[in-house]
Design a protein around this ligand. Structure first.
Ligand code: T5A
Length: 222
C-alpha cells in the first residue's frame, strides 16, 4: 500500500477534529491527496451506527456497544481506508481501535484479549503508520466539549468513567504497552494544552520526527 494512515486519539474534547483539519489543510496545500474519516462513521452503515451508539439515550450492553464500534470500523476499513491507501492517499482518521481499548476495555471493563481478537477481525490487521495521542486532563477536554454544544451518550457516562478512559490512554503511550501491542503501531504523545496554533506546531514537529516523508508535505508554502 502506498498511502499513510495517521490516527488522532485522545479523550473527549482533546482537539482531535480541530488538529486533523489543520493537518489536512497543510498536506493538501502540497497537492498530495488526503482524506479524512471519523469513527464511528465514515460510511452509510457507520453513520447509522454513530446515531445509535452516541445520539440516542438508551442503555446499551457493553458487549453490544463494542460490537457496534467494531462493525462501523470493519465497514470503514474495507470500504474506504484500504482503497484510499492503495491509491496512495494519506488517510487521517479521527479515532481508531485505541478508542475501543480505552473506552470498552478500560472504561467498560471488557476482557482485553476478547476485544483484541474481535478488533483484528474488524481491521483485518491494518496497522496505523502513526497515532498522535493528544494529551489533556479529562476534565479540561470535557469542559471544552460541553462548551461546544450538547453532550453525547459517552460524554454523559460520568467523570469516573472518563478518568478511567484517560488513564488507559496514558498507559498506551508507554514503551512497555506498545511493545506488547504491535497491532497499534507507533504512538506519539502530543501535549494538547495551549492554543490550537501551539498544538499544531507540536504536531508538525512530531510528524517531522516520525514520518519525515509525509511531514515534508506539511510544510507551509509561503
Ligand atoms: N468511542 C469511539 C468508543 O467508545 N469506542 C470506540 O471504539 C470509538 C471509535 C466518539 C465517541 O465514541 C467513543 C469515544 C467518544 O466518546 P465523537 O463525537 O467523535 O464521539 O467524540 P470525540 O472524538 O471526543 O469528539 P470531540 O469533538 O468531543 O473531541 P475532539 O475532536 O478531540 O475536539 P474538537 O477538536 O472537536 O474540539 C472540541 C472543542 O474544543 C475547542 C474546539 O473549538 C471545540 O469547540 N478546541 C480548543 N479550545 C481551546 N484550546 C484548544 N487548543 C482547542 N482545540 C479545540
Amino acid at each position: 500500500m502506498g498511502g499513510r494512515l495517521v490516527v488522532f486519539e485522545g479523550v473527549e474534547g482533546a482537539g482531535k477534529s480541530t488538529q486533523l483539519l489543520r493537518l489536512r489543510a497543510r498536506i493538501e496545500q502540497s497537492g498530495h491527496a488526503c482524506v479524512i474519516f471519523r469513527e464511528p462513521g465514515g460510511t452509510l452503515l457507520g453513520d447509522w451506527i454513530r446515531d445509535g451508539v452516541l445520539a440516542k439515550d438508551w442503555a446499551i450492553d457493553p458487549r453490544a456497544e463494542a460490537h457496534l464500534f467494531m462493525a462501523s470500523r470493519a465497514q470503514l476499513v474495507a470500504g474506504e481506508i484500504r482503497p484510499a491507501l492503495e491509491r496512495g492517499a494519506c488517510v487521517l482518521l479521527d479515532r481508531f481501535f485505541l478508542s475501543t481499548y480505552a473506552y470498552q476495555i478500560g472504561g467498560r471493563g471488557l476482557g482485553a484479549e476478547e476485544v483484541r481478537v474481535a478488533n483484528r477481525l474488524a481491521t483485518g490487521g491494518l496497522v496505523p503508520d502513526l497515532t498522535l495521542l493528544l494529551a489533556i486532563p479529562a476534565n479540561v477536554g470535557l469542559s471544552r466539549a460541553e462548551h461546544r454544544g450538547p453532550t453525547d451518550r459517552m460524554e454523559r457516562a460520568g467523570s469516573v468513567f472518563l478518568q478511567t478512559v484517560a488513564d488507559a490512554f496514558t498507559r498506551f503511550a508507554t514503551p512497555e504497552w506498545q511493545s506488547q501491542h504491535p497491532e497499534a503501531g507507533p504512538i506519539a504523545t502530543v501535549d494538547a494544552i495551549g492554543s490550537p496554533e501551539e498544538v499544531e506546531q507540536r504536531i508538525v514537529a512530531v510528524m517531522a520526527a516520525r514520518l519525515p516523508g509525509l511531514a515534508a508535505k506539511t510544510e507551509r508554502v509561503a
